[in-house]
Every structure is written in structure tokens, then in C-alpha cells.
Design a protein around this ligand. Structure first.
Ligand code: NAP
Length: 303
């Protein structure tokens, strides 16, 4: 058993999945938690995510040897200030925020010296939220990136084992680097999906629902991504401003290049660009990072 008493602050998709996975794999003795609303706390208890719920984060963390903050990025600092004085000596404090440097800056000042801070980000999720959205296999074969803050190798290894126990592939990364990588692989793609679905919705008013009626896989994928939680994504952009603005600038330049190629009828430029991006897709499949893809099995066999 990895930890005796695990406390989850926030009881939504990610916390719910941690609770179910940790229970199934025997990684926690007791799992307790808290959420902002009484409704979420009651649901989490009713569906058996946690053994006990508390009304406040301060009460919830008492006696826990692992505390994981599973609230939106913008709420991490407030929660940390609330729990700081109530954390048990030696407790490991972690989070699952999609941005790392801003969370570290907001949380670390509130943690007493007798605790250990190991921020984390599981690269796994869905467009659903809330306690009933969680499922035990969410982290299987997905990366979980750790950005330890002065934790010893033994403490980090113990926490690594917790995530590996839930099926994750764990790697360590510098927080600033994490934020740049995720801006490219997750944050800007979400912004593009939000933009495209907005554009299509404007058109829908003109074309009387044709956009939905004839939506092929590409656009349907966009609508799924653009259905992601607005609070979570607002906080991601507000707290990863530098990296997302930088990548957005590069993206806009590329878009203008393609726009010019279309206008000039430059088929070679378009063909070369699409050929390059096709090779990137192949690389993702070969790395086993799209288990939902129809050709995932083929890629695995090729390993
Ligand atoms: P979620 O399903 O919406 O759950 C969020 C939880 O946080 C809820 O229990 C909510 O309580 C609580 N909460 C919301 N605002 C709060 C506040 N101001 N103060 C205290 N508690 C608050 O969200 P999630 O998808 O699990 O995301 C949680 C964290 O995981 C975020 O930091 C996100 O960046 C990160 N993450 C998400 C994904 C993903 O794909 N969803 C993937 C990786 C990491 P109530 O229900 O009572 O309002």
C-alpha cells in the first residue's frame, strides 16, 4: 500500500478517477475528500469514490499522508492557504493542474517546511467533469509528469510508484519546460477547437444546421474537445500566458503561410506541409499515445 490516508481536494473527473484507480489497485488505505459544494460531496460519498467527506479542506487534510489538489488551476493557491496550517508532518502535497509553474508559485509559499511538495500533471482526461465522470482506467498507459520541488529521491520514488500503480507512465520534468510543451500539445489545440466550433456555429445560423448535419469526423472531434470544462480552460490560459501566446504567434504565422499558398495556388507548398505533418501523426501512433485510434493496434504490433 502506497499511502495510508489519501485526501483529495476537489472531487471531479480527475479526483474521481484517482479514487477509483487507487482503490482498485490497493494503493491507499483510506480515501477522504472535500469539494466546494455540498452536492458534489454528497455524490462522491453516495457513489463510493471516497470513504469520508469533509465540509472544508482544512478538516479534510487532517492526518493525511498524501494530499492531492484536484481543483481548477486558479483555485490552487486559495486551497493551499487554507490547508497549510493543518497538514500533518511529513505529508506529501501534490496537485493535478494542467499548468505547473503558476501552480507552484501559488501553492509553495503556503506549505510548511515539514511537508513535501511534488506537483504532478496526468496527461489524461475527457471532456466530462464532475464526480460521476471519473473512471478507474483513465490513467492507464498515459503519461503523468512530475515536477518535484526539493523532494528527496525516496519521496519522489514513492509518489512515482503511486501513479505507476494506477497504470501511468511517469516522467520528471522542469515546470517551465512542462508549460511550453503542454502549450504546444494541449493548450493551443484546445484553443483552435474552441475557435473552429465558434466559427462553425456562426455559419450554422446562415446555413440552417448543415454544419451539424454533415459534420464529418474532423469537426466532430473539434466539438468534443470544445465541450471541455470552461472554468478549467479559462484558468489554463490565464496561468500559462507566456507559453500559450508564444505558440499562438507561431501558429498564426504558419496559418498565414498556408493561406498564401492557397491563394497563390502553390500546390507543392501545401503538399510538402501535409506530408511533414503526416509523419508526425505516424510518430504519435508508434509511441502508443493514441490508444483510441483505429490503427493503434497496427502501431503496437509494429513496436
Ligand atoms: P472537475 O471535474 O470540474 O472538478 C473540479 C473539482 O474542483 C470539483 O469537485 C469542484 O467542486 C472543485 N472546485 C471548483 N472550483 C473550486 C474552487 N474555486 N475552490 C474549491 N474547489 C473548487 O475538474 P477536473 O477535470 O477533475 O480538473 C481538476 C484539475 O485537473 C484541474 O486543475 C485541471 O487543470 C486538471 N486536469 C484536468 C484534465 C481534464 O482533462 N479534465 C486533465 C489533466 C489535468 P464542485 O463540484 O463542488 O464545484
Amino acid at each position: 500500500m502506497s499511502y495510508d490516508r489519501v485526501c483529495l481536494i476537489g472531487l471531479g473527473l480527475i479526483a474521481g478517477s484517482i479514487a477509483l484507480a487507487a482503490k482498485r489497485r490497493g494503493l491507499a488505505g483510506t480515501i477522504v475528500g472535500t469539494a466546494r459544494t455540498a452536492e458534489t460531496r454528497a455524490t462522491a460519498l453516495r457513489i463510493g469514490l471516497v470513504d469520508e467527506v469533509f465540509d472544508t479542506p482544512a478538516e479534510a487534510v487532517a492526518g493525511a499522508d498524501l494530499v492531492i489538489l484536484c481543483v481548477p488551476v486558479g483555485a490552487m493557491g486559495v486551497v493551499a492557504a487554507e490547508i497549510g496550517p493543518h497538514l500533518a508532518p511529513g505529508a506529501v502535497v501534490s496537485d493535478v493542474g494542467s499548468v505547473k509553474q503558476a501552480v507552484i508559485d501559488a501553492v509553495a509559499p503556503h506549505l510548511p517546511d515539514h511537508t513535501v511538495f511534488i506537483p504532478a500533471h496526468p496527461l489524461a482526461g475527457t471532456e466530462h467533469s464532475g464526480p460521476e465522470a471519473g473512471f478507474a482506467t483513465l490513467f492507464e498507459n498515459r503519461f503523468c509528469l512530475l515536477t518535484p520541488q526539493g523532494a528527496s529521491a525516496a519521496e519522489t520514488d514513492r509518489y512515482r510508484a503511486f501513479w505507476e500503480g494506477m497504470g501511468a507512465l511517469v516522467e520528471e520534468m522542469d515546470a517551465e519546460h512542462h508549460d511550453r510543451v503542454l502549450a504546444v500539445t494541449s493548450h493551443i489545440p484546445h484553443l483552435i477547437a474552441y475557435t473552429m466550433v465558434g466559427v462553425a456555429d456562426d455559419l450554422r445560423r446562415v446555413t440552417n444546421s448543415e454544419v451539424i448535419k454533415y459534420s464529418a469526423a474532423g469537426f466532430r472531434d473539434f466539438t468534443r474537445i470544445a465541450a471541455s470544462d470552461p472554468t478549467m480552460w479559462r484558468d489554463v490560459f490565464l496561468h500559462n500566458e507566456d507559453a500559450t501566446l508564444e505558440i499562438l504567434g507561431r501558429f498564426t504565422e504558419e496559418l498565414f503561410t498556408l493561406q498564401r499558398a492557397i491563394r497563390k495556388g502553390d500546390g507543392k507548398a501545401l503538399f510538402d506541409h501535409f506530408t511533414r505533418t503526416r509523419a508526425i501523426r505516424r510518430g504519435i501512433l508508434d509511441a502508443g499515445q493514441d490508444t483510441d485510434a483505429p490503427d493503434f493496434g497496427r502501431a503496437r504490433k509494429a513496436e
